[in-house]
Design a protein around this ligand. Structure first.
Ligand SMILES: [Zn+2]
Length: 403
């Protein structure tokens, strides 16, 4: 049996008046996805455990069959794995944004979507000035970087910067949740202030300002954690060999801990202009050798964050005729049976421009098994399917016949 999960990030939504009170999944023309729903079985999946925010890291860990409260150690430590940075025992990792502060307020969480090249120069500069053997910095993609703190205590109340644009930064500095964490909180807040001194006159920022762009004039560390203790998918579900295909460091990092091979596809952007054909072909090639492929496509989430329902509908149509169709047609005559699962990780409703924690619709098509009565794939029909409502790691158990 070959198994592929096609993860359409943030694809679920709410009915939208301009789409005739349909969701983008209902409005999109998606004959192949609907055919798989008709031939397969459907259900809905609750991906966000109680007490967690509906982040992609939480939702994708759930979909991949992890017990999130047990294994979650923050975004930084997951992204570190994709960046090739090891988190050692005794070290704490944090996502470290480069942000723009104006008049003491957080203007944006991305320093105006700074380029990776400019950001790398700034992060290396900060590391040369602030690395005292305790703290260290590693450059990532655009505004997303990594900070490691030796001896750091993760019991910190940190604010994701994208949640507090317009807020004075001094009101949302890091707070200790326990007395043992106070030293870490004080140290990190001091580093934030020092970064502001160091970055304000840096040539990269002076050039950005002269070009009318936002300067990257502060770091913003958040989502602290230690080295995750995650079993591989081989250990958990008996998957002999698997691969992950994504444009996003976070998903690739989860793949590293899950024991999956990372496949980088040229032109995979994480946006609607991504190389759909290249990703579909990479998935087909991987399935020839591997038992399992996790194919993650970010575009529908980004369209949701932009509140662009027309673009979101189009990303679902692209998914149907440039990914699902290609994979189905290429594998349908293989000797070995194939299972294709399609689902998002969480909804990203266009009206809210952010994630929600509602259960998401899923379908599982097995070439050697009859389907249920559900004929199309969307937020209203899929929940009526044979699987009903399942939670967290029950999805992988269902997919691999463990329950
Ligand atoms: Zn997501």
């Amino acid at each position: 049996m070959k198994t592929i999960i096609i993860l359409a990030d943030g694809a679920a939504d709410e009915p939208i008046a301009q789409l005739g009170n349909k969701t983008p999944l209902q409005a999109a023309k998606k004959p192949y996805i609907d055919m798989l729903a008709a031939k397969g079985k459907s259900g809905e999946l609750d991906t966000i455990p109680a007490g967690f925010k509906p982040g992609s890291e939480i939702a994708n860990l759930s979909v991949l069959g992890y017990d999130v409260p047990k294994v979650f150690e923050g975004r930084g430590s997951l992204e570190a794995a994709s960046m090739g940075v090891d988190i050692l025992p005794g070290e704490m990792a944090m996502r470290c944004n480069l942000i723009c502060i104006e008049d003491g307020k957080i203007k944006n969480h991305s320093a105006g979507h700074i380029s990776s090249e400019e950001a790398a120069e700034l992060i290396q500069f900060l590391d040369s000035k602030l690395n005292d053997g305790k703290v260290s910095f590693y450059p990532g993609v655009s505004y997303r970087h990594l900070l490691k703190l030796k001896g750091g205590n993760k019991n910190l109340d940190c604010t994701p910067p994208h949640d507090v644009t317009g807020t004075p930064f001094s009101e949302v500095l890091i707070k200790a949740e326990t007395s043992e964490a106070r030293e870490s909180a004080d140290y990190l807040n001091e580093i934030i202030l020092k970064s502001q001194e160091l970055l304000k006159d840096h040539p990269v920022n002076l050039k950005r300002i002269s070009e009318g762009k936002d300067p990257a004039n502060s770091i913003w560390p958040w989502s602290p954690g230690y080295r995750p203790q995650m079993q591989t998918l081989q250990e958990l579900y008996g998957i002999k060999s698997g691969s992950v295909i994504s444009a996003v460091d976070l998903i690739m990092g989860i793949g590293v801990y899950a024991g999956l091979k990372l496949i980088h596809v040229k032109g995979a952007t994480g946006l609607y202009d991504t190389n759909y054909e290249g990703k579909a072909q990479a998935a087909i090639d991987a399935l020839k050798n591997d038992d399992f492929v996790y194919l993650h496509i970010e575009a529908s989430d980004e369209a949701g964050h932009e509140g662009d329902y027309a673009l979101k509908t189009k990303t679902i149509e692209y998914l149907d005729n440039r990914v699902v169709k290609t994979i189905y047609e290429a594998t349908k005559d293989w000797d070995e049976p194939i299972t294709i699962a399609i689902l998002p990780d969480h909804p990203t409703p266009c009206a809210l421009k952010t994630h929600t924690n509602k259960p998401i619709p899923f379908l599982i098509y097995r070439s050697d098994e009859a389907g249920d009565a559900v004929q199309v794939y969307d937020e209203f029909e899929s929940p009526k399917g044979a699987y009903g409502l399942i939670r967290g790691n029950e999805f992988m158990k269902t997919l691999f016949g463990k329950i």
